[in-house]
Design a protein around this ligand. Structure first.
Ligand code: SAJ
Length: 431
């Protein structure tokens, strides 16, 4: 169990090597990895998060992270208050506001906490995804609030690129962007990250690094939108888009992404808007956002046509999480699809083996309960559990054998053989 502030063996006068502010999907793994070399204090304002970590009950830990955590118990302290340190890492969330701009409140609050302890020569690392220009503004804010001259603060912007299902391997193995305000900051950051990163560090200025991070995720969102556009066109042309994409991707310079019910998570659907904050006109990027969000309505329309009686129905949803292998439901496409169905008055039951009952409404139930008496099965998340469903076993539970598959997991011929009407998103041979 990590030390808490009361158990820490450090005297109050001692300074930690590293203080990580924000112990979520990025900050907690980063604190654990840094603790293999440094004396680390992890800070989170959410007392329940601190309690969960102290108890070792962090439910989303991959085996590699839990193993690393078990190895660094004596070097990691977790608490809700700032601690004096030589290095401060800001890993707080940057959600989006109702008018599609970056909500930097948590980053600014972390800055204010750091300013109370900041001393000349300290390193500040911002990892949160932010609009271009934020790091420079952070420098002036930190200097103003702490009284430390800007040229005596080492400051870098170093965004994370870890896929949430393989955090340790990605955070240690991936190359990293380092946006440094000056050479000394770059040197300090390199020394810090080389303690646990095997990938290369690519140094540039903060604004370019902020922009490049947004390019990474916007590239992904726009390419997913293109795949979704191809799916809609394939349905019109009577073509299976998945076969067409696989064939197109045989080209050495083609990499078409996978169509789906929409784009979820805490990054891809949000980060493109950070690029557009200074832009008023309609852009390819905003149109791609709209295309991805409209996929939920397209799936809903497939369900409508699959139902024997759309005026009164029970629908089973497999998958509440925003993608396969995670229990995270933030901005999940399933939310948009389920809301449309509930607004229509249908009874909706959800099954997701990775999502906690309190993490989605309606609360996920076991597979059999979700299927009993159902008029249509809708597959929205590409969990491994849903890749080898037996249509006969599934159908025996249902009142009507219809399936709408938004992730192309089922074998249409086998499900039709078992008496199902089959609709696969993007497969024009089934819709
Ligand atoms: N999705 C598709 N089709 C695809 C790929 C994804 O529909 O071909 C959907 C997924 O189902 C999901 C959403 O898009 O709903 C986002 O999935 P993701 O795996 O792209 O996104 P994240 O948020 O789990 O991770 C991304 C990654 N960024 C890139 O791949 C460019 C990760 O490297 C970043 O660290 C992360 O965002 C982040 O935190 O920025």
């Amino acid at each position: 169990m990590p030390r808490t502030s009361t158990e820490s063996t450090r005297r109050d006068s001692q300074v930690a090597d590293v203080c990580v502010l924000g112990l979520g999907h990025v900050g907690f793994p980063l604190a654990v990895l840094a603790a293999s070399t440094y004396d680390v204090v992890g800070v989170d304002v959410d007392e329940s998060r601190i309690a969960t970590i102290e108890a070792g009950a962090f439910e989303d830990a991959e085996p590699a992270l839990r193993e690393r955590f078990d190895d660094v118990q004596d070097a990691l302290t977790v608490q809700t208050t700032i601690a004096p340190a030589d290095r401060y890492v800001i890993a707080t969330p940057t959600p989006i506001t109702d008018d599609d701009t970056a909500d930097l409140a948590a980053v600014e609050a972390a800055c204010e906490m750091i300013a109370t302890e900041l001393t000349p020569g300290d390193l500040v690392v911002l990892t949160s995804t932010v609009p271009p220009g934020t790091t420079e503004r952070l420098l002036h804010r930190s200097s103003r609030d702490s009284g430390v001259p800007p040229d005596e603060i080492a400051l870098v912007y170093c965004p994370e690129r870890a896929l949430p299902t393989d955090t340790v391997a990605e955070m240690t193995g991936n190359d990293r962007l380092v946006g440094a305000i000056d050479d000394r900051s770059a040197t300090e950051a390199r020394r810090f990250y080389e303690s646990f990163v095997d990938g290369s560090l690519h140094v540039t200025d903060p604004r370019t690094a902020e922009f490049a991070k947004l390019v990474e995720n916007t590239y992904r969102d726009v390419n997913i939108a293109l795949a979704n556009e191809f799916a809609l066109l394939a349905e019109t042309h009577g073509v299976d888009v998945h076969e067409a994409i696989a064939l197109a991707n045989d080209h050495p310079r083609v990499d078409v992404h996978r169509p789906g019910p929409g784009v979820g998570g805490h990054c891809i659907p949000i980060d493109p808007w950070f690029l557009l904050e200074e832009t008023t006109q309609d852009t390819l990027i905003s149109q791609a956002r709209a295309r991805n969000d409209e996929m939920a309505t397209h799936v809903y329309r497939h369900i409508q046509t699959a139902l024997p009686d759309p005026t009164s129905a029970t629908v089973t949803v497999f998958g509440a999480a925003y993608k396969g292998g995670v229990g995270d439901t933030r901005m999940s496409p399933a939310r948009l699809v389920v809301d449309r169905m509930q607004d229509t008055g249908w009874t909706v039951r959800v099954h997701d083996p990775c999502v906690e009952p309190d993490a989605f409404d309606p609360a996920p139930v076991d597979r059999e309960t979700a299927l009993t008496g159902s008029d249509c099965l809708v597959i929205l998340t590409d969990h491994d559990d849903f890749t080898d469903l037996d249509p006969t076993t599934v159908g025996d539970r249902m009142a009507n054998r219809a399936v709408v598959d938004a992730r192309a997991l089922v074998d249409p011929a086998a499900w039709q053989e078992a008496g199902f009407s089959v609709r696969v998103l993007g497969d024009g041979t089934t819709t």
